[in-house]
Structure formats: structure tokens, C-alpha cells
Design a protein around this ligand. Structure first.
Ligand code: NAD
Ligand code: G6P
Ligand code: MN
Length: 441
């Protein structure tokens, strides 16, 4: 068994990169590295984070060989793990994804509804190209992917690379929720043993066991009903995220069975959420003026001062910790539990085999071994099947260049529903995405 590893981080210029680099430093004794390469197609953007990284590693990880590059040959050879977080079209296109639907009267959100559809149609091509580039040089590398919309990316990669067992699509929101439960119960979330089912950004915790096998879900529901719900890192969150977490209490009031993923608010309350979103100032603007600006300013400061001592950079460390701990569990066959995306194959008994579900799984050197949840009740089955049909039709629309399937996808999405509205939104998104999407006919 190998004892030290080479990682390439794709999307080195991501706002999440400094946090991930800090997680690599924090866990360097658990996942020892020989070499880290940051790769990005926007080399200027990446250079700001790359210069910060040099300072950080000089202080915290001097033995690490580190480079940043835009050269695929350098990046993808002799790699053990690819950590991927790319955003095709950048925040400029995220802004369009959010504003175009809102101007036409439906939810505009990065991963949900019409915005997620538009983003998915951009991400699929670049993610397929990335996997091909990696596989031509490092056939055995593990590809751990955060790129959104992860549900659509996961289904597309599974369709294009059905035999490839070393691609794992992940999301940090279940971990964010676990940490939030930990904070409100004043317990260590590392001790939680969750049962979860659904699709990415579309799932529920049914149970949360403590070390003694005691289910904490009833206590959590009662606590949230009484006091509301906040993220673990509430002090660092923008107002829109605090509202999002607060919506969990509303969802629990209406549907008290399970603890919902925060993203379900867009599907369960599309009209209410629409009324709360501002088409002239969306989450993309909030991120560009907030996280993006802060991260890049702080990286520039650290590089100029030659020390990271005076910058905070990382606010929420769940994102970085999750991917590094996942790689560690694969590298050393630890079989720790993570919530990940996998093809269903009977795990949710009354869903089709090829649905890309999100479930808890033990993850070791052969990848995820997911835990089945039996049959799910008809309300959840209905919601999931409708949402997955939307995701699958999006993927098929991309592969086939099919306008009809794109229209079917958007019509099925609970944030849209009306086919005439779906056509209006689709036509506007086609126009805005002509540099990115395949032609639809
Ligand atoms: P960002 O725009 O700051 O960073 C993305 C980086 O990817 C940019 O530097 C960009 O130049 C680069 N890039 C674009 N296309 C590329 C390509 N083809 N190859 C290599 N690099 C490319 O965005 P961000 O907000 O930091 O998010 C990064 C990604 O991580 C997004 O896809 C986001 O949705 C995702 N994300 C997912 C989760 C999750 O739960 N799955 C959590 C956080 C972020
Ligand atoms: C959560 C989700 C991610 C999303 C992230 C950031 O962690 O799981 O999929 O990318 O939030 O969203 P933001 O709106 O802050 O960029
Ligand atoms: Mn996510």
C-alpha cells in the first residue's frame, strides 16, 4: 500500500481552494503528500491563490512539492487523487443562471431549477473532457468531484463512463447539516451515524444515531421546532444562507417525517422563495462581493506580506475536511462513513436501479459500499422520481442535442411546472449560453 500521494486540484482558482489547502495542512499526518499540483484554465485567477499557497506551505508543509499550472501534461500525470471543483462560465454565467429565470417569474438558483439546468448543460462537457484527460495519463487515479450541479454531473459521468469505478461525486451540504446538528445538540458531529436518502440537494436524514445507537432525530426535530435552525458556522454566513437554514423549520412543520436538506426549500415553496429573491441582486452578486472578494484580497495580502499570519481566508472548513478525509479513507482503506452519490441498484428498493442517489456509504480502497434504506414512502418517492426525471432528461438533452428533452426537463422541474413558461426560460437560457451548450434542435 502506498503511504504518500500525489494530488491535483482542478479549479485551483476556486474560492474554496484556500480552505482545501488548509485542510491538507491540518491532515498532513493522516494523508501524507509528495506532491500537490493546482490546475486551472484561468491561470491569472489561479496565480493569486497559488502565490498564497506557496506562503502557506512554506509555513505549514515545507516538505511538500507544490506547483500551480495551466498545462494538462504537467497536471495529470502520475496522479493518485484528482480533487475537482470547476465552474464553467465562472460567476458571470452563474449570475445569468440566477437572473434570467427570476426575470421570467421562476426560481433562479445555482443548482436548483432552471439555473441548475443551465449550469449543468455547461458543466457536463468540461467534466467529460476532464475525465478523459485524467484517464489518458493516470488511469488509476481517484476523481473526487465537487463540481456542481453535482446530481447532473454525476448522472452524465455515469452515462459516459459506466465502467469507471474511480469517479466519486460528492457534496458538502450533508456534512454542513451534520455539523449544524452537532452545534445545536452540543455534541461532536464526528460521533454521528446518519441514515440519509435522496438525490443530491434533494434528500432527507431519517435517523441520526449516537455511539449508543440512540436516534437523535426526534430530539433534533423538537429542538428546531422550538428554536429554529442555524448553520454550524452561522457567524460567518451571509443573510441568505441564514434564511435558507431557517426554512428547515418550515419544512419540518409541513412534513415532519425526516430532517430535510436545505435545498428542498426551492422545490417545496417555489412561489414563496421566488417572492423573496431579488432579480437585480442574487446570490452570485452576494458571493462576488463577499466570499470571492474576501478570499482573493486575503490571498494577495498573504503573498505580499510573505506570511499567512494576518489572514483568515478559511471560514467554513467542512468543505475542505470532507474531501481530504474521503481521500484518506480510500487511500488507507479506512471504510469511514460519508454521504456520497452512487447508482441506486436496489439501495432504495422502490426506485429504479439507474437513479443516481445520495446515501451514506462506507468508503474504502474499492470505493463506496453504500447502505440501503429499504422502501421509501410514496410522497418522497414521487418527489424523487419527478426530480430525477428532470435530471436525466437534462443529461439526455445534452448528449442528444435535444430541444424537446430540454423542454421536458424544465417542465418536470417543480420550480417551473408550466410548459409555456419552461419554453420561455429555455429559449432565454439558450441565447445566454450559446458559447457553452451544444446546439439543441
Ligand atoms: P469559482 O468560479 O471561484 O472557481 C472555479 C474555478 O474553476 C475557476 O478558477 C475557474 O477558472 C476554474 N475552471 C473553470 N473551468 C475549468 C476547467 N474546464 N478546468 C479547470 N478549471 C476550470 O467557483 P466556486 O464558487 O469556488 O466553486 C467551484 C466549484 O465547486 C463549483 O462547481 C461549485 O458549484 C462547486 N462546489 C460544490 C460543492 C458541493 O457541495 N458539491 C460545494 C462547494 C462548491
Ligand atoms: C453548499 C452546497 C454546494 C454549494 C455551496 C456554496 O455547500 O452543498 O453545492 O456550492 O453551498 O454555495 P454559495 O451560494 O455559497 O456559492
Ligand atoms: Mn452541494
Amino acid at each position: 500500500m502506498k503511504t504518500s500521494f500525489n494530488i491535483v486540484l482542478v479549479g485551483g482558482g476556486s474560492t474554496w481552494t484556500p480552505g482545501l489547502l488548509k485542510a491538507l495542512c491540518k491532515l498532513k499526518n493522516r494523508l501524507p503528500l509528495n506532491k500537490l499540483v493546482m490546475f486551472d484554465v484561468d491561470t491569472q485567477r489561479q496565480a493569486v491563490i497559488g502565490e498564497y499557497a506557496k506562503v502557506l506551505f512554506r509555513e505549514e508543509y515545507p516538505a511538500l512539492e507544490f506547483i500551480y499550472t495551466g498545462d494538462e501534461n504537467i497536471a495529470f500525470s502520475e496522479v493518485d487523487f484528482v480533487f475537482c471543483q470547476m465552474r464553467t462560465g465562472g460567476y458571470a454565467m452563474r449570475e445569468q443562471d440566477e437572473k434570467i429565470p427570476l426575470r421570467l417569474g421562476v426560481i433562479g438558483q445555482e443548482t436548483c431549477g432552471a439555473g441548475g439546468f443551465a449550469y449543468g448543460m455547461r458543466s457536463i462537457g468540461d467534466m467529460i473532457a476532464l475525465v478523459e484527460k485524467v484517464r489518458s495519463r493516470s488511469p488509476q487515479a481517484w476523481i473526487l468531484n465537487y463540481t456542481n450541479p453535482a446530481a447532473i454531473v454525476a448522472d452524465a459521468l455515469n452515462k459516459r463512463f459506466p465502467q469507471d469505478k474511480r469517479i466519486l461525486n460528492i457534496c458538502d451540504q450533508p456534512v454542513n447539516l451534520l455539523r449544524s446538528y452537532g452545534r445545536l445538540l452540543q455534541r461532536d458531529p464526528a460521533t454521528f451515524d446518519p441514515v440519509y436518502f435522496g438525490l443530491n440537494h434533494f434528500g432527507w436524514f431519517t435517523h441520526l444515531y449516537d455511539q449508543n445507537g440512540h436516534d437523535l432525530v426526534p430530539e433534533l426535530k423538537a429542538w428546531i421546532a422550538e428554536n429554529g435552525f442555524k448553520p454550524a458556522d452561522a457567524e460567518q454566513r451571509d443573510a441568505s444562507w441564514l434564511e435558507t437554514y431557517a426554512a428547515v423549520a418550515d419544512m419540518l412543520r409541513d412534513f415532519p417525517d425526516y430532517l430535510p436538506n436545505t435545498y428542498l426549500q426551492y422545490y417545496l415553496y417555489p412561489q414563496y422563495k421566488f417572492s423573496k429573491l431579488d432579480p437585480n441582486y442574487t446570490r452570485a452578486n452576494e458571493v462576488m462581493n463577499g466570499r470571492e472578494k474576501r478570499v482573493f484580497d486575503e490571498c494577495r495580502t498573504a503573498a505580499a506580506e510573505g506570511t499567512t499570519r494576518n489572514v483568515q481566508v478559511v471560514h467554513n472548513d467542512a468543505h475542505g475536511d470532507m474531501i481530504v478525509e474521503l481521500a484518506e479513507s480510500i487511500a488507507f482503506n479506512l471504510k469511514k462513513k460519508f454521504i456520497v452519490m452512487v447508482p441506486n441498484h436496489g439501495l432504495v428498493e422502490n426506485l429504479d436501479d439507474d437513479v443516481m442517489v445520495e446515501l451514506a456509504a462506507e468508503v474504502g480502497c474499492n470505493g463506496p459500499r453504500p447502505f440501503g434504506v429499504g422502501k421509501i414512502p410514496v410522497f418522497y418517492k414521487g418527489l424523487i422520481e419527478q426530480q430525477f426525471a428532470y435530471e436525466r432528461l437534462t443529461v439526455e438533452a445534452w448528449f442528444e442535442g435535444s430541444y424537446t428533452k430540454a423542454l421536458q426537463a424544465l417542465t418536470l422541474n417543480r420550480t417551473i411546472v408550466d410548459a409555456k413558461k419552461a419554453r420561455q426560460v429555455l429559449d432565454a437560457l439558450i441565447e445566454a449560453n450559446k458559447d457553452y451548450w451544444p446546439a439543441l434542435h
